[in-house]
Design a protein around this ligand. Sequence first.
Ligand code: NOJ
Length: 544
Amino acid sequence: MTASRPTPPTADPDWWRSAVVYQIYVRSFADANGDGVGDLEGIRQRLPYLRDLGIDALWLTPFYTSPMVDGGYDVADYRDVDPIFGTLADFDAMVTDAHALGLRIIVDLVPNHTSDRHPWFQAALAAAPGSAERARYLFADGRGERGELPPNDWESIFGGPAWTRVADGQWYLHLFDPSQPDLNWRHPEVRAEFEDILRFWLDRGVDGFRIDVAHGMIKAEGLPDVGFSTMTTGRRQVELLGKGRLPYFDQDEVHDIYRAWRPILDSYPGGRMAVAEAWAETPQRLARYIGPDELHQAFSFDFLDATWSAESFRKVIDTALAEATIVGAPTTWVLSNHDKQRHVTRYGDGPDGLRRARAAALLMFALPGCAYVYQGEELGLPEVLDLPDDVRQDPAFRRTGESRDGCRVPIPWSGDAPPYGFGPAGCAESWLPAPATWAALSVAAQTGVPGSTLELYRRALRIRRAHPALAADAGEVTWQETEPGVLAFSRAAGDVTLTCVVNISGAPVRVGGYGEPLVSSETLTAQDGDRWLPVDTAAWFERR
Ligand code: NOJ
């Protein structure tokens, strides 16, 4: 089958080492059929936009058959496309076109849990305790005299106990929503099934996988208690992207799974890769997911929690670079994703937040490794903070009051009013409403406009692609001495040096000594015969 399928854009098996990967939250990217929900055909139609942006690959969040309780991270059929997103034929057409434009496709694999609508879980519910059907999940008897208490004290990441009781009295484990039962990864059928699912998508031409909850599949033997509960201590036992050491995360045996997957990926041509969404306690433990016999990358999420300060950014960068040295693989950078508040808002919202987010983009793109861009960050979209409660769909909202919907609002493409060209003319309202204030943020409003965030991203990515000092084989990051609150680092290739300077100091700083400016997130100023970098601004300088 592989031979007849579209081949990847270049033969370089190491393409992922320095790639810019654009994350598409499929429901919210582009709606081709006008039902208010994004779809695969919408993505296909917008591929030229993505090529012009200058990215290398797309990562698509789950588009498989799903009841959509957790936005598709609850999969009922791993080998088909949900009708709201299209068909397998639409997927194939999108892959063919993406490859023709030189773009690679990474799909999301959700192995920790299925949907409760998955045929395996339906069969498990219909079968008796102790049956072969139940053995593929984590069913257990309860504690207490009549088994009325959950088997242990584990809590769901979305709030409340991680166990739900079924009619015959047994309990099943779900680290996320009750509609997302955890699979039993000590069961050989589960392992065989996912190896087959990997091959299914590799045969369809995908270039890689993002592994959801990659640290979660193996639970400690005997399912021991954590020892404290959120209810009694007020301290959250577990949080999305948290770093706690827990009996249900980051168990050593999980690595056996990846050691079995790697030869499968390597058996396909063109450099098929996998990136782990793993939450680990330390950089050392995170690094264990990466290597020639396991996965290619693990997301380094520390930027998502970094505050707007030189100190905090410096720490994140040094930690991630040290992590990369441990495994000899380049790191990854993530400023925003579909689970966290958008960085424009994290950095202060409004004009300050946007200005800082633009500077952060130049910082990220100058660093070695692979940069992940979350859809809409190239437009400077803020978090939508005032969504009415009744439109929010995040399953965590009802239990924790926290909701990830504000970063999932559909992309504004054009026009003066919601849904801003998200769907064809006259189409339904988008599944989450876009704010009335987004006209100036649309793709059409920013295209070709000097100084717009979109043109800043395009320019930075064009330079990144061509500049020898930003190439995968360019020199290491060398920090420069600066005044407090300023970050400056250089990378070199032969006699060309590129220096990235970020001014978080609260006052303009002289930058005349770094060479010729290539790009800056705001206009540089001239004073006293020198060049100055304004506050909350980043710039790249070249010296030959
Ligand atoms: C991590 C995903 O990024 C998130 O969106 C999802 O809710 C959980 N995993 C559960 O699959």
